[in-house]
Ligand binder design. Structure first.
Ligand SMILES: O=C(O)C(=O)C[C@]1(C(=O)O)C=C[C@@H](O)C=C1
Length: 361
């Protein structure tokens, strides 16, 4: 048995280590300030954020991590460290689907760290708009949920937006029943975002049969409404419970155990290839026989994996569809470039929505 070390001695050790960490962290921050000077000298004017470099830093940390700290825990620490360093270079403004307390805000912090200036915006359309007009440098929008499928609004908005996808982030979504009451008895109405209501449909039918469910603009808005009336409940995340001082009446009420939402980061930056990337494209074929085959053929020919395909009405011709496709690899990678080149000759329209590093944390 290893001897028990007195608490005071262990705390002295921790204090000494903290001092070293603090010195090192500040040396790193000084480097980031120098990076900003170099970027400025090279004529950079836009955002100093580099999604490709950040992905590489986080992947390297996970590879180097000797433990006992877990790889994800180590990566999260460095996520925050880089966020603070970037804020010294140039603070970043990121629009998310507000108000505060939504899963979109959680996704924003998970991807950018907490040193960003997070700007709540009421609709997906306005998130695009705030980045298009330069109000914010980046936006975070939900794109698909593992239970409920795609968020059509986000996909549709890409059809006429000049913005690029420059990152992705996934959030495990736990839904909770929140309210001022202590139990399910006497609940007269449940508020939530339409997607969250859909994710808890079975639970609601089994536990609150006949209670009206009302869709509102966000889960945080649902929590706010529930805080105003003691007979009304909300379905939302735990952050919203804290924010609006609500009781957690029932935890994890989502029907699917692995309920996950994928968000994408939109902006004007085009990350360079990191070796572990994804590319999202928009393709329109016209309504001809064999159209889908012509889309799939170049990917098969160049051995490219397709991770997602989704069709949406094009809004141009009756029964004309566009396809949103995610593939593995970066548009600058030789095989992806060749496949996209060949695809362009096969289809009516091809728009590359972005090549970006796969989510690291
Ligand atoms: O390497 C850079 O370009 C930096 O700005 C430094 C740094 C970092 O802290 O490591 C900070 C922000 C960028 O988004 C990427 C990396």
């Amino acid at each position: 048995m290893t001897p028990i070390i007195p608490l005071s001695e262990l705390r002295d050790r921790i204090d000494a280590i903290d001092q070293q960490i603090l010195e090192l962290v500040n040396r790193r921050a000084e480097c980031a300030i120098e990076v900003a000077r170099t970027k400025q000298a090279e004529g950079e004017t836009g955002s100093f954020y580099r999604p490709d470099r950040e992905a590489q830093v986080l992947r390297r940390i996970k590879e180097l991590n000797p433990g006992p700290l877990g790889d994800d825990a180590a990566a999260h620490l460095f996520r925050e460290l880089m966020s603070a360093c970037l804020a010294l270079e140039k603070p970043l403004e990121v629009a998310f689907l507000g108000p505060a307390g939504t899963f979109s805000q959680q996704a924003t912090f998970k991807h950018f760290g907490h040193a960003v200036k997070d700007i709540p915006v009421p609709t997906i359309h306005e998130i695009f708009q705030s980045v298009e007009t330069g109000h914010c440098q980046f936006g975070v929008v939900p794109v698909e949920n593992s239970t409920e499928g795609v968020i059509a609004h986000t996909l549709d908005r890409f059809m006429d937006s000049p913005l690029q996808i420059c990152g992705e982030v996934e959030i495990r979504v736990h839904q909770n029943l929140l309210g001022k009451m202590d139990n399910l008895v006497g609940i007269s109405e449940v508020f939530s975002h339409q997607q969250s209501l859909a994710q808890c449909r079975q639970w609601l039918t089994a536990n609150l049969p006949g209670v009206p469910c009302t869709a509102v603009s966000s889960n945080a808005e649902a929590a706010r409404l529930a805080s105003l009336d003691h007979s009304k409940a909300a379905i939302a995340g735990l952050t919203a419970a804290e924010l609006y001082d609500l009781n957690v009446i029932e935890k994890h009420i989502e029907d699917e155990a692995n309920n996950t939402t994928r968000f994408i980061v939109i902006g004007r930056v085009q990350p360079v290839s990191t070796g572990l990337d994804k590319t999202s494209i928009l393709v329109s074929t016209g309504n001809q026989p064999g159209a889908l085959h012509r889309i799939l053929q170049p990917f098969a020919q160049y051995g490219i994996s397709m991770t997602h395909i989704e069709s949406r009405p094009s809004r141009q011709g009756l029964w004309e569809y566009v396809f949103f496709i995610d593939i593995e690899g970066h548009r600058a990678d030789a095989d992806v470039a060749a496949a996209l080149n060949s695809l362009e000759n096969n289809v009516k329209m091809l728009k590359v929505l972005g090549s970006y590093p796969k989510a690291v944390i």
